[in-house]
Design a protein around this ligand. Structure first.
Ligand code: FES
Length: 380
């Protein structure tokens, strides 16, 4: 893992998060400052940040915001990666419209500047911490809107590590669907020789077989042969569908890259998922109840729940505890808490490191009680 960096003089307007970890993530109502069309099916949203909240919204490149709104009477939460770098002094996310995506359709078609959204303070561990003296090569693999956190990271590399280079392999269907194409072109011109961008298009011929199709294990090997020396890369940043991510991780591992140098972020957890991350369900008889205590901001909430029905997170919400969550899919880690007493079992885990699990941390959106009494703290 990269070490937390020491110091870099920064402009007064930057939003760099210097002192991690911050407190628990909370929502604030923010005014949408700008809705900017990036491509036919993607907008980016920036937010007005009142002075009193600037500290709370400092972020590391690669982190995301969870947005909340009521749409047709129902509360919808979705997480979107921040595409600005902390040194640009603005908070901006990109929202790509997905089929039947209620929030993304609303953001792309209805949301206007001046309206308010509930915005959670920044979260996420797919991050980069610059060191001004470092001279390194970084490689990013992105597909579609997976560019968003990687754009923030690469802008930080270019701005804060003047001797480092970034190689980006970016997959899309066609040129017109490339999000941030102009910005990437501008960055290449501005930081001459330090940013390489290779567009890989599945439905458009660019005159090169290497750049036609999807980013997969074959392409990864090819790129490693042609463009970089796998073992000399400081860190890899992967963001896209799970299938792409798993293929790249396995090729990089075969090429001798230690796994701690490969950081990845999934769009969502696939239904099938990485078998290693889908945890076994114990065979527990139906109708057995556990007494749960949830601690949040020092306050205890007590409730009973069935061993097999629903998650600890949902049961806590039903009991009136304002516990944090975003994806409910084992990916974002917003619902992380620590088991202080008893045991729970998780369905899936894409977010917690092995050592955190050993320390008793769990994703409450995936957790089911396995003892008659369980005490879980969101404060620990
Ligand atoms: S809410 Fe995202 S991992 Fe639980």
């Amino acid at each position: 893992m990269l070490r937390f960096f020491k110091k870099t003089p920064t402009a007064p307007s930057d939003l760099y998060q210097r002192n991690a970890p911050k407190g628990r993530a909370v929502f604030n109502s923010l005014i949408v400052k700008e809705v900017r069309r990036e491509t036919e099916d993607c907008v980016s949203l920036s937010f007005e940040l009142p002075e009193r909240l600037r500290e709370d919204y400092r972020f590391l490149p690669g982190q995301y915001l969870t947005l909340k709104n009521r749409i047709e009477g129902e509360e919808i939460r979705r997480s979107y990666s921040i595409c600005s770098s902390p040194f640009e002094g603005e908070l901006r996310v990109a929202v790509k419209e997905v089929e039947r995506g209620r929030f993304s359709t609303y953001a792309n078609r209805e949301l206007r500047a001046g309206e308010r959204l509930d915005v959670m303070t920044p979260e996420g561990r797919f991050t980069f911490q610059p060191q001004e003296q470092r001279e390194a090569v970084y490689v990013g693999f992105a597909a579609g809107s997976g560019i968003t956190p990687i754009l923030s990271i690469l802008k930080t590399v270019l701005e804060r590590e003047p001797r480092s280079r970034f190689l980006l392999f970016y997959g899309n269907r066609k040129s017109a669907s490339i999000i941030f194409k102009n910005e990437l072109d501008d960055l290449k011109d501005r930081y001459l020789g330090r940013l390489e961008v290779h567009h890989v298009l599945s439905r458009e011929d660019q005159g090169s077989d290497a750049l036609k199709g999807r980013i997969d294990e074959v392409k990864c090997r090819l790129f490693a042969d042609r463009f970089f020396t796998a073992a000399q890369v400081e860190s890899y940043y992967l963001c896209g569908p799970e299938d792409m991510t798993q293929q790249l991780r396995s090729v990089l591992s075969e090429l001798g890259v230690p796994k701690e140098r490969v950081l990845y972020e999934l769009f969502t957890a696939a239904q099938t998922g990485d078998p290693a991350k889908i945890l076994k369900q114990a065979n527990v008889p139906a109708g057995r109840n556990a007494a749960i205590t949830v601690i949040l901001d020092g306050e205890e909430t007590h409730f009973d729940m069935d061993f097999n029905r629903g998650s600890v997170l949902d049961a806590a919400l039903d009991a009136g505890a304002d516990v944090p969550f975003a994806c409910k899919g084992a990916v974002c880690c917003t619902c992380r808490a620590k088991v202080l007493e008893g045991e729970v079992e998780m369905d899936m885990n894409y977010a917690l490191e092995d050592d955190e699990v050993e320390e008793g941390c769990v994703l409450t959106c995936q957790s089911h009680p396995r003892t008659d009494r369980v005490v879980i703290s969101y404060d620990a």
